[in-house]
Design a protein around this ligand. Structure first.
Ligand code: F0G
Length: 339
């Protein structure tokens, strides 16, 4: 059967009026890929939920299909969001599909190039603010009205759609994993994971990870100047703070910090050993799993890889060596390879 997208697949379990037209790019149904290298390292069966396989390359599409469908049904002429990049890419694509306007407010200088490219090509109106994501979110909260829908994860339709990741994992595994690891930024996604599992009467242990320079929940207080190479989660005032803490505590889990070096090591391992290229923020889930592996209960582990590696080509290439051209001859190529 052809995959019809998340709304048609889960319409009976989602909060959406029966007659609402789905604005969809056939998001969801992403691969749950076994990770043999990681499994050997942590001595558990580990699976990667590869959210980079969504139409705009991140998990945001799960919530955006529902948020934009409901906004259009309600008469919205535009959607607005603040974003570290992925939300803006997704909002821009779904708004383009719906034929409405998208306005995206971005922290100047801290959005990865691929994400900016998407917002540009999908025709969003882009405003960069001289501030961080938290400043941008403060601004857009005041811009929404009857005909302008706010599509950040403070919009409950986003969380409602994003919970489908838990249902897909459970269908693929035949039940919940023992532990589910994911990165935490504005904290909507950890909220959505827990909501989805609870709705399915499941309760895996939730392990959330923030970047060490942007770890307000770990420290128990907001941070005004968050800093990390993982720009997607460079957030100091998470909007869904309380729900994230509830997911942690009710599941018997943790929200802890991982350093940028740990994030980059996990990013490298995933790409070079598992063949899965995710963006740096996504690798925080695996960095956390590795650093906390001594505390794992028995049973399987799922790590959500939230976005595609191609979103952030600058970080990817910075990590590589210079590749000097050689003469286009077999001997020269062999010599350069040391063969
Ligand atoms: N991973 C990626 C790749 C993200 O883009 C985000 C959030 C997260 C993890 C964290 O998810 O905020 O629900 O805790 N990106 C938002 C954006 C902030 O604007 O694209 P969260």
């Amino acid at each position: 059967m052809t995959w019809p997208g998340l709304i048609e697949t889960y319409r009976d379990r989602l909060d959406i009026e029966p007659g609402t037209t789905a604005i969809t790019l056939l998001e969801g149904n992403t691969p749950l890929v076994p990770a043999p290298t990681l499994s050997a390292l942590v001595e558990r069966q580990v699976f990667l939920k590869v959210e980079g396989a969504n139409p705009t390359g991140s998990f945001k599409d799960r919530g955006m299909t529902l948020a934009v469908s409901k906004a259009v049904a309600g008469g919205a002429r535009a959607v607005v969001c603040a974003s570290t990049g992925n939300t803006s890419a997704s909002a821009a694509a779904y708004a383009a599909r719906a034929g409405i306007e998208a306005v995206v407010i971005l922290p100047a200088g801290n959005v990865a190039l691929g994400k900016l490219a998407q917002a540009v090509r999908h025709g969003a109106k882009i405003v960069q603010v001289a501030g961080n994501f938290d400043d941008a979110l403060r601004v857009v909260r005041d811009m929404a009205d009857d005909r302008v829908a706010l599509v950040n994860s403070v919009n409950p339709d986003r969380i409602e759609g994003q919970q489908t990741i838990a249902w897909e994992v459970m269908e693929a595994l035949g039940g919940a994993p023992a532990v589910h690891c994911l990165p935490v930024g504005n904290a909507g996604n950890i909220t959505a994971h827990w909501k989805g599992y609870q709705a399915a009467d499941a309760a895996p242990v939730i392990w959330g990870f923030q970047a060490a320079g942007a770890a307000p929940i770990v420290h128990g207080e907001p941070i005004d100047d968050p800093e990390t190479i993982a720009t997607a989660i460079r957030i100091g005032h998470p909007a869904s703070w309380e729900a994230a803490v509830a997911a942690r505590d009710e599941s018997g889990g943790m929200i802890e910090a991982v350093t940028d070096d740990e994030i980059l090591a996990a990013y490298d391992l995933l790409a070079s050993s598992e063949g899965v290229f995710c963006e740096p923020a996504s690798a925080a889930s695996v960095a956390g799993l590795i650093s906390r592996r001594a505390e794992l209960p028995t049973g399987s582990v799922v790590c959500t890889l939230t976005g595609h590696g191609l979103k952030d080509p600058a970080t990817a290439v910075d990590e590589s060596v210079e590749i000097e051209p050689v003469a286009p001859e077999v001997d020269a190529v062999r010599a350069s390879l040391g063969w």
